[in-house]
Unconditional design. Structure first.
Length: 368
């Protein structure tokens, strides 16, 4: 008998790799690879000739592997999914696909930006008809003994970072400091994405260096949400659950996507926004800048058009976790300037108990 032949294996119920390949719709090459990875081991390997034999009961798992590969799921994630009970497996697939759709939407926006810029060969410059007025503030809050948040607001850069762990304060400060030299002046439009990517890499490297000497560097890190002002557009760098909002035409839009467990549950439909607001695992993050480098796939980058009258808010979750969107919109719409808005937002968090450090930066886009 040869591997892949038609003979019966050592057990009457087992089939050869060739027969199992036809049953499972996977190639023999793929089955060998999945065996090597421990993903789909055969039921029996002949100790003499090394031929693989499979139990037909494995077909269902093998076909699931095939379909999960078709949707692009990484092998490591597939290994976790096929070990779950059907209901849990379905939830895991739903969460994975929700994340894929969110990342695809971000890539679609970037592709549209590139197409637009390469078609028009537009050049963005810091000298134009638009500018920003800004204010920022950070507060220790009512419960924390120290403040691990950091904030910066300037003519070129707005940034909020929320540190955690023994080296959290150093991490948040380092992430923002790393962005300052990269804040653009006159920038060719096609280069803005490269600048944002460089900014994200610089911040990640700075965080690794900053927490290297802390007691547990792999357990220290920071979120980061930053906007770079170019004079006609805003470049966005974002990782973690600090947030950026846009108030335009009296309506508030959240323009960042939380990299958190509860956000993934909202995305897959297993949790509502209202339930997420008080979920006990609200603070569990899926992507951050840490002592081990970016945890996850690294920061999101985006480019947004700016319009006169826009008001932007960047904040740590010390604000967004205790003040709902309706209250944020009310205060931002009613404040007569960035400084007034910042003070009122901090007061809202304090009125809600301020269990965490509270940090925010507000910027208005104005005609010069």
């Amino acid at each position: 008998m040869t591997e892949g032949g038609q003979g019966r294996g050592p057990g009457a119920a087992l089939v050869t790799i060739g027969a199992f390949a036809r049953l499972s719709r996977l190639s023999a090459k793929a089955l060998r690879r999945y065996d090597e990875l421990g993903l789909l081991p055969p039921a029996l390997v002949d100790p003499v000739n090394g031929y693989r034999y499979y139990d037909p009961a494995q077909v269902r798992a093998a076909r699931l592997v095939a379909w999960l590969r078709r949707i692009g799921m990484p092998l490591a994630r597939i290994r976790e999914v096929i070990a779950l009970e059907p209901g849990a497996a379905a939830a895991a697939i739903r969460a994975y696909w929700a994340r894929v759709e969110a990342e695809t939407a971000a890539r679609r926006d970037l592709a549209a930006f590139l197409i637009d810029q390469l078609s028009t060969e537009d050049v963005m410059t810091s000298v134009g008809t638009l500018g920003i007025r800004y204010a920022a503030r950070t507060d220790r809050g009512a419960v924390r003994e120290t403040n691990q948040d950091a904030v910066h607001a300037g003519a070129r850069l707005l940034a909020v970072a929320d540190g955690f762990g023994a080296g959290g304060a150093g991490a948040s400060t380092a992430a923002i400091e790393a962005l300052k030299p990269l804040a653009p002046g006159a920038v060719p439009a096609a280069e803005l994405l490269n600048i944002l990517h460089d900014a994200a890499e610089r911040a990640a490297h700075a965080v690794r260096q900053a927490v290297a000497g802390s007691g547990a560097p792999e357990e220290s890190g920071t979120t980061l949400t930053a906007m770079m002002w170019t004079g006609s557009r805003l470049g966005l760098v974002h990782i973690g659950d600090s947030r950026a909002y846009l108030l335009r035409g009296g309506e508030l839009f959240r323009i960042t996507h939380d990299h958190s467990l509860v956000q993934s549950m909202i995305d897959d439909g297993s949790l509502t926004e209202e339930e997420a607001f008080s979920h006990p695992q609200r603070a569990m993050l899926l992507k951050v800048l840490s002592g081990d480098g970016p945890y996850g796939s690294g920061p999101d980058v985006d480019v947004r058009d700016a319009l006169p009258g826009d008001r932007y808010l960047l904040c740590s979750d010390g604000l967004s976790a205790v003040v709902d969107g309706g209250e944020l919109a009310r205060v931002l719409a009613g404040a007569d300037g960035p400084s007034t808005a910042v003070s009122a937002l901090i007061e809202l968090a304090e009125a809600a108990g301020a269990p965490d450090n509270v940090t925010c930066a507000v910027a208005d886009v104005v005609e010069l």
